[in-house]
Unconditional design. Structure first.
Length: 182
């Protein structure tokens, strides 16, 4: 059985164990996880939060991270604006980015989820509303969800990856992890 760690990555943490050569000290996975022989299966940007899977099995790692396997990844995304259904259709159809068309995403408006406070908090602007979306993609380009929402005029304010395949963040606090086998 492969060893699998479900980690709730806080905002500002790099999805790697070391940060060599950086002029400033930045938080890494080693600040939270003291487990030998596990490696991240994919990445989650420093300014994004949520589920990061780590494992000790190369085949499982590839199945999770490689876009060829089209494992669904679901994000809760706070966006600037108040999108209507018509505004979400381009995301559902696929968006043209600089590196080509994205696959169609599953997109729904959701109520603001009961999440932990973010540090630092999201800047609130009284004159500009914000909304929450649940977006599921089946590929994993660099900063893809942020680029998709920006391309349709809905800049991302906060991005939390809730699930990868059947694995979710349910019950895992920020900076905490749960170990299981796959």
């Amino acid at each position: 059985m492969a060893r699998l760690i479900l980690f709730n990555k806080p905002f500002g943490v790099l999805s790697q164990f070391t940060d060599r050569g950086s002029p400033t000290v930045r938080a890494t996975l080693s600040d939270f996880i003291d487990a030998k022989g596990v490696y991240p299966a994919g990445r989650l940007d420093r300014d994004s939060e949520g589920l990061l899977l780590l494992c000790d099995d190369g085949r499982l790692q590839a199945r999770i991270a490689d876009p060829r396997f089209k494992l669904p990844k679901t994000y809760w995304v706070q966006v600037e604006g108040n999108p209507q259904e018509d505004d979400l259709e381009p995301l559902r159809a696929g968006v043209r980015l600089k590196d080509g068309m994205t696959l169609p995403a599953e997109v729904d408006r959701i109520e603001a989820p009961a999440l932990w406070p973010r540090d630092p908090p999201i800047r609130e602007r009284k004159s500009i509303p914000d909304s929450w979306l649940r977006i599921t993609i089946r590929e994993g380009r660099n900063r893809q969800v942020r680029r998709m929402t920006a391309a349709v005029g809905l800049p991302t304010l906060r991005l939390v990856r809730w699930s990868i395949g059947d694995w979710t963040l349910a019950g895992i606090a920020p900076g905490q992890f749960e170990e299981t086998s796959a």
